[in-house]
Write a protein that binds this ligand. Structure first.
Ligand code: SAH
Length: 383
């Protein structure tokens, strides 16, 4: 049976049909079309975003993330303002157009603290600033935007609400609503980035197709996706282990020293569960490029972690146009362990820069200059 047409308006059913294709011959037209659209809409330049993971403290208990407050073995760090500024200077000197400030949900960095950092980085470097600090108050988000932050990244992780709440417990009384937050970020004038993890236990192909359709509905400026990578010290990592040991996901943890009991996950038949594999990331990157042609799409570390040799390049050849070299000082980098064995773990900022540039050149692309604002944002600004 012929596969549905690869067009921006493709339905969820069409998206699901493509997500289920597995053989390389079948996938070739998807990748070719995504690469063609990428070239036509955002060109051959690859934007470099310098990533600063400035704090691994987190108030949350996300079932997938190694930085959860419940993971007591983690050595916690917070960079000083001076250390963060020094990284931003490095980004400017390296010719990066943007710095991305990322952390756990760490309220030690309050509204005023982040605002003064944003102001200092802007004044000194003029770089575009992306924040990725989790779910913060309306006051904070408003203030940071007014102070000069350009973009905000907040993945909705999955559009399946039951699954999201199972893996992302509330902080305090109110349940998270990341979709509402994304709409609010748009109103505040941020370039808005989001995305999902692929292959979360309990995530179906229909869920993932809906995720991709939601990228389009939210009219995202940036889309980042990566395979779910189990962290053994987390409830979801345990759920995977339990499954391997023959217990159903959501069953009680096998060992007395194990972390909190795995969350109750939707039960799926084997054919419906999205596998957390490298290829799935390329499929979603390619489909995201087709349904959101003007978005900035990174080739992410999670993909590079599963395929350290060529993962970055393959992402860039299947729809992506951004990479995020790591600027986090080496002594902190291994401590920002959202999942194990992350790519670029042992590299200095300099090595990371050289490596990324080499990878970009090796596939006949070039490093893009300037802040690399989302062409989608520019389109919206047109009368
Ligand atoms: N505290 C911020 C930044 C989190 S880290 C926030 O919550 O937005 C950025 C992303 O890493 C998360 O949004 C999630 O999609 C991804 N991530 C976390 N744990 C992961 C894991 N075990 N495997 C793959 N990706 C993971």
């Amino acid at each position: 049976m012929a596969l549905p047409a690869l067009v921006p308006s493709m339905t969820e059913e069409a998206l699901e049909a493509w997500l289920r294709v597995d053989d390389p011959d079948g996938l070739a037209p998807l990748y070719a079309e995504a690469d063609r659209v990428r070239r036509e809409t955002v060109g051959d330049g690859v934007h470099l975003r310098g990533l600063i993971e400035f704090s691994n403290h987190c108030a949350r208990r996300c079932g997938y993330c190694g930085l959860s407050v419940e993971h007591q073995a983690v050595v916690r760090y917070r960079m000083t303002d001076d250390e963060i500024l020094e990284c931003a200077r490095k980004a400017r000197d390296f010719g990066y157009g943007t710095v991305v400030l990322q952390s756990g949900e760490d309220f030690h960095f309050d509204g005023a603290g982040i605002a003064s950092l944003v102001r200092a980085i802007k004044e000194e470097t003029g770089l575009a600033i992306t924040l990725s600090l989790g779910e913060r108050s309306d006051d904070d988000l408003t203030r940071w935007r007014e102070t000069g932050a350009d973009r905000y990244l907040l993945r909705f992780e999955t559009s399946n609400e039951a699954l999201f709440h199972a893996i992302h417990p509330p902080l305090g009384e109110t349940a998270s609503d990341r979709i509402a937050l994304l709409r609010r970020l748009r109103e505040l004038g941020y370039e808005v980035g989001s995305g999902v993890m692929l292959g979360i236990p309990g995530q179906s192909y229909a869920d993932l197709a809906r995720d991709v359709a939601l990228f389009r509905e939210l009219d995202l400026d940036m889309i980042g996706v990566g395979p779910f990578i189990p962290h053994p010290a987390t409830p979801l990592g345990q759920a995977i282990r339990g499954e391997r040991d023959g217990a159903a996901p959501g069953a009680d943890a096998p060992s007395p020293s194990a972390p909190p009991a795995p969350p109750r996950l939707p039960r799926l038949s084997a054919g419906d569960q999205v596998p957390a594999v490298e290829e799935m990331a390329y499929k979603v990157v390619a489909l995201a490029r087709i349904v959101c042609p003007l978005a900035n799409i990174p080739s992410t570390s999670a993909v590079a972690t599963l395929n350290k040799a060529t993962g970055r390049e393959l992402g860039l050849q299947r729809g992506a146009n951004v990479v995020m070299p790591n600027l986090t000082p080496r002594q902190y980098r291994a401590l920002y362990a959202i999942y194990p064995a992350k790519a670029c773990l042992d590299e200095t900022a300099e090595e990371c820069r050289t490596c990324m540039r080499g990878r970009i050149h090796s596939i006949g692309r070039h490093v893009a200059q300037g802040p690399g604002h989302s062409p989608n944002r520019l389109r919206r600004a047109e009368p």
